[in-house]
Each structure stands twice: as structure tokens, then as C-alpha cells.
Write a protein that binds this ligand. Structure first.
Ligand code: APR
Length: 355
């Protein structure tokens, strides 16, 4: 098997890269460890920034987003039982955030790729990367009982923070900066109409809480908890009690309750790997950096990376010039560090470090 760009991982980074390359006339093959069903149902982030929304719409994968996305022109910060609105329309004219679940973006991208004849191999295993320092890199993988090899011009490592792409770079060629926070988020999806139209970020003496939503019928809520927290300690009644205690405001507002459809615990850390390139392997998205979820930046940053990478690869294939490819890591890292700083700042402002 041969292709121009071999992509490891069918998350937002890998799928968007494959879509952008296709629009530039560049072939790619995506290799994904999980099934299509799994990646299309996996609950992750859900806030798209304006740049991400614009790119999805401009490149023809924004139809459902336009119909179903909830546009928010501000957020609320809550301290001492009082809310303070941050008005995006005044502060950043013409820009808003859109609430649209990451797995919906994934469905839209998979559909677009398959309709355009794109190749995505789901449920592959034993991925290994070879010849990264040569001009003929390759990806080995197993599909069913068969071992295969995909020869490529370039490899894009879009396989998240636990993937094999970053791990395939020799330690001496990579500098990794990391900070773990002394807390985690307990997140729930509840079947309850959102009691507020906008997101509410709450600082409370019992710890941080976030009120958000996924649709007009589904509320998404988060609570700061201990990093190694056992879900068994959190029956639904305790979750609601804690959410009500932290989120209720002095004017009598409280979140509406409903059956909890899903719950999980997310660790909080910041990580940057430099450079985001080794030979013909380019890292993008969570494979290269992790931000704590507080600023809702993870998916947006992944999309920003692959936009830079797609442009650089397009220039290479059109003219043979490598300048943009050579600058890929430096270009992305400028944004990555700014976003890291913002996410750390917002996390520090809103959480109790001694809770
Ligand atoms: N081989 C093939 N696929 C792999 C491997 C592997 N060894 N390891 C991981 N994957 C797949 C995962 O199953 C997943 O589908 O790679 C994909 C990586 O996707 P994400 O983790 O979603 O990462 P990314 O595309 O960078 O998206 C940005 O930032 O803050 C988060 O929620 C946000 O998940 C989003 C991410």
C-alpha cells in the first residue's frame, strides 16, 4: 500500500487533516485503533471557537453545525454567589463560540471523507512507524489477521496523548514540558433542559463547577474533584447535591436536574512536546500538546495545527518548496504556548488548589 500522507488517528486532528489535504488534491490514508462506532460516540469536548467554525463551514463540512450548533455570544463567571457576564460581542466583535459536540464533528468529517472516496481503516492494531529519518517512511499495522505496511511521503501523528507517534520519536530529539494539576473534573451528561443559555464557570469554596450544555435538551456539568477519585463514591444524588451547592447563585438560580446519562473523570494536565516534527513525522493535536479543559481549547488547537500542516504540505506538493514544512513546528508552537498560558491561567483562577 502506498499513499502521500499516512495519518495515525481519526480524532479531530487526523480527520480534518485528511479532509483539508483532499481539498488540495493530496492523497491520504487514516489508520484508527478504535471502531467507527466508538469514535462517533465518544463524548469529549464541545466548544468550537470562531476560527474552527469558519473553517468547517468554508470547507463544506458545516451543514449540521449550522443547523444544530448553539451560538453563544458570551459566558458567565460566578464568584461569591454572583455572576459576571463576559460579553464576547463587545470585546471581540463578530466572534462567538459554538456549542457542538466533538463527536458530531467527527461524524461530519468521517461522512465527508467516505463520500469523497477517502480511505479510513478503523480497528487497526500494532501500529509501528519506520524510516522517519528517511524520505520513504512507512507505517506497519495489523488489520484482522493481516499484517500490512503503508508507504508514505510523510506521516502525520494525530493519535492523541497516549498514541504511538510521540513515543516513536527518540527521547534525545524531544523536549517535553509537563505539569499535572492536583485535581480532576467529574463530568456528567444529564437529560435536563439547560437552565441558563450560556456557560457558567463557578469558583466556589468547595471547588470549581461548570454549567454547560450539549443541546436544548441535554445539560453538561462538571465538578472539581480529587485526581484519583473513585466514581463509586459519587452516586447521582451526591453529584446533584454538590452541583447545586456550588452553582446556585444568590438570586435563586440553580441548574435543572434530570437523569444522568453518562459520567466520567478527566485528569488535568498541561503538556508540550518540542519540536512537533521528527524527520518526516509531524505531530498534531493532543499527540503534541495537552491543555487542561478549562479554556475549552484542546479541539480548537488540534484544528489549528492541521490547518498549518495542510498548507505546508500543499506548498510542498505544488512547488517542491519545504519552507512551510520546516517552519511547521515553530509556527504551531507560538500558538500552543499562548494557549497553554491561557488555559493554565483560567484553571488557576477558577480552582481551589487546597480543596
Ligand atoms: N493507533 C491508531 N490510532 C490511535 C492510536 C494508535 N496507536 N492511539 C490512539 N489512536 C486514536 C484514538 O483512538 C483517537 O481516535 O487517535 C485518535 C486521537 O484523537 P484525539 O485523542 O481526539 O486527539 P486529537 O485529534 O488531537 O483531538 C484533539 O483535544 O482536548 C482534546 O477533546 C479534545 O480530543 C480532542 C483533542
Amino acid at each position: 500500500m502506498r499513499t502521500q500522507v499516512g495519518i495515525v488517528g481519526a480524532g479531530p486532528a487526523g480527520l480534518m487533516l485528511s479532509h483539508l489535504l483532499h481539498l488540495e488534491g493530496i492523497e491520504s490514508v487514516v489508520l484508527e485503533a478504535h471502531s467507527r462506532h466508538y469514535v462517533e460516540q465518544r463524548v469529549r469536548a464541545g466548544v468550537l471557537e470562531q476560527g474552527t467554525v469558519d473553517l468547517l463551514i468554508e470547507t463544506g463540512v458545516g451543514d449540521r453545525l449550522k443547523q444544530q450548533g448553539l451560538i453563544h455570544r458570551g459566558i458567565e463567571l460566578s464568584f461569591g454567589g454572583r455572576r459576571h457576564r463576559i460579553d464576547f460581542s463587545n470585546l471581540t466583535p463578530g466572534r462567538a463560540i459554538t456549542v457542538y459536540a466533538q463527536h458530531e464533528v467527527i461524524k461530519d468529517l468521517i461522512q465527508a471523507r467516505l463520500e469523497a472516496g477517502g480511505l479510513i481503516h478503523f480497528a487497526v492494531s500494532d501500529i509501528s512507524l519506520h524510516g522517519l529519518g528517511t524520505s520513504t517512511p512507512a507505517i506497519g499495522f495489523r488489520k484482522g489477521d493481516e499484517l500490512r505496511e503503508l508507504e508514505c511521503d510523510f506521516i502525520a501523528g494525530c493519535d492523541g496523548s497516549h498514541g504511538i507517534s510521540r513515543a516513536s520519536i527518540p527521547a534525545r530529539a524531544l523536549k517535553v514540558f509537563e505539569r499535572a494539576y492536583p485535581f480532576a473534573w467529574l463530568g456528567v451528561l444529564a437529560e435536563a433542559a439547560p437552565a441558563s443559555e450560556e456557560l457558567i464557570y463557578t469558583y466556589h469554596e468547595r471547588g470549581f463547577a461548570l454549567f454547560s450544555m450539549r443541546s436544548p435538551k441535554i445539560t453538561r456539568l462538571y465538578l472539581q474533584c480529587a485526581p484519583g477519585e473513585d466514581m463509586a463514591n459519587w452516586p447521582d444524588a451526591r453529584i446533584w447535591e454538590e452541583l447545586q451547592a456550588r452553582l446556585a447563585t444568590s438570586d435563586g438560580w440553580r441548574p435543572a436536574e434530570g437523569p444522568i446519562l453518562q459520567k466520567g473523570i478527566t485528569g488535568m494536565r498541561s503538556l508540550v512536546a518540542e519540536p512537533m516534527q521528527f524527520g518526516r513525522l509531524f505531530l498534531a493535536g493532543d499527540a503534541a500538546h495537552i491543555v487542561p479543559p478549562t479554556g475549552a481549547k484542546g479541539m480548537n488547537l488540534a484544528i489549528a495545527d492541521v490547518r498549518v500542516l495542510a498548507r505546508a504540505l500543499a506548498e510542498f506538493y505544488a512547488s517542491g518548496r519545504r519552507e512551510l514544512l520546516d517552519r511547521y513546528s515553530a509556527t504551531c508552537l507560538r500558538r500552543v504556548w499562548k494557549v497553554q498560558r491561557f488555559s493554565w491561567w483560567m484553571t488557576s483562577m477558577l480552582h481551589r488548589f487546597d480543596a
